[in-house]
Write a protein that binds this ligand. Structure first.
Ligand code: 13P
Length: 271
């Protein structure tokens, strides 16, 4: 049976330096996305580039979220914010709100990335950010993942707490706009053979869905889309997409390489 359609997301982090470079990489990815029949492509550029790269804009509070859990219609690259403020609005110099990002054209927001958690985002802050994003009409890609794999399976508890603290804080009616990205910190930014094996990712995806079901109930919990991220390249992406029972990928470095990211999109679309 062929797959119903993956979500392939690229997190550009703090790259590239200029809008010109961003446009060049984006144009090439957009061409690939256009020919995809069922793969939803999402790019999270640095916030100042969202509008210029083709964010459609949108009225804050009005969900741009339509279609299936993976993000609706393929063809156009959807824009994501890499983070949002935990506050609604106000005197928070330097912060950008979910509603502002939605208005600039973001349809998704990455929340709880390990690089933000390392910079001080606690579980409580991550939950507030997820709430702000959902209430502004953004789809949330919630990142969870352990820093290391200990021999006593304590890492499972870490992931469980990360999932629980957000899902129990949000309005259950908005849970259908949530996707969870499993990004083990030990596999981020490493060599491409450091990514976990598809079987390990498969087991974790089941664990995440079961954990989500504890909070959301069986139906919504077991259906929650799960992505994998951490040292994905065009090679290991194939086995992960084919064998790990996940709904897509969250790609870092390789999403700035249009050829490699294009190959990942093409492969996802062919399964
Ligand atoms: P890399 O693909 O560079 O390991 O980064 C993964 C990541 O952090 C995506 O959010």
């Amino acid at each position: 049976m062929s797959h119903k359609g993956f979500l392939i997301a690229g997190n550009w982090k703090m790259h590239p330096d200029t809008l010109g470079e961003a446009k060049a990489v984006f144009a090439s990815i957009a061409r690939k996305a256009k020919s995809a029949r069922k793969t939803v492509v999402v790019i999270a550029p640095p916030a100042p580039f969202i509008r210029d790269l083709g964010g459609k804009g949108g009225k804050a509070g009005k969900s741009g979220a339509k279609g299936n859990a993976n993000g609706g219609r393929p063809g156009i690259v959807r824009m994501a914010a890499q983070d949002v403020s935990e506050h609604h609005s106000g005197a928070f110099t330097g912060s950008v709100s979910a509603r502002e990002l939605r208005s600039a054209g973001a349809e998704y927001a990455i929340i709880g990335h390990s690089e933000r958690r390392a910079a001080g985002d606690t579980g409580e802050i991550v939950a507030k950010k997820a709430k702000q994003a959902l209430e502004a009409g953004l789809r949330v890609i919630l990142c969870v993942g352990e820093t290391e794999r200990d021999g006593h399976a304590r890492y499972l508890q870490t992931v469980r707490e990360q999932v629980h603290s957000v899902l129990s804080a949000i309005d259950k009616k908005l849970a259908r706009w949530m996707t969870i990205a499993y990004e083990p910190v030990w596999a981020i930014g490493k060599s491409y053979d450091s990514a976990p094996k598809p079987q390990d990712i498969h087991e974790m995806s089941i664990y995440i869905r079961k954990t989500a079901a504890e909070v959301l109930g069986k139906k919504s919990g077991l259906d929650i889309p799960v992505l994998y991220g951490g040292s994905v390249d065009a090679e290991n992406a194939k086995a992960i997409l084919k064998d790990a029972s996940i709904d897509g990928l969250l790609v870092g470095r390789e999403s700035l390489d249009p050829k490699s990211f294009g190959n990942i999109i093409e492969y996802a679309d062919s399964i």
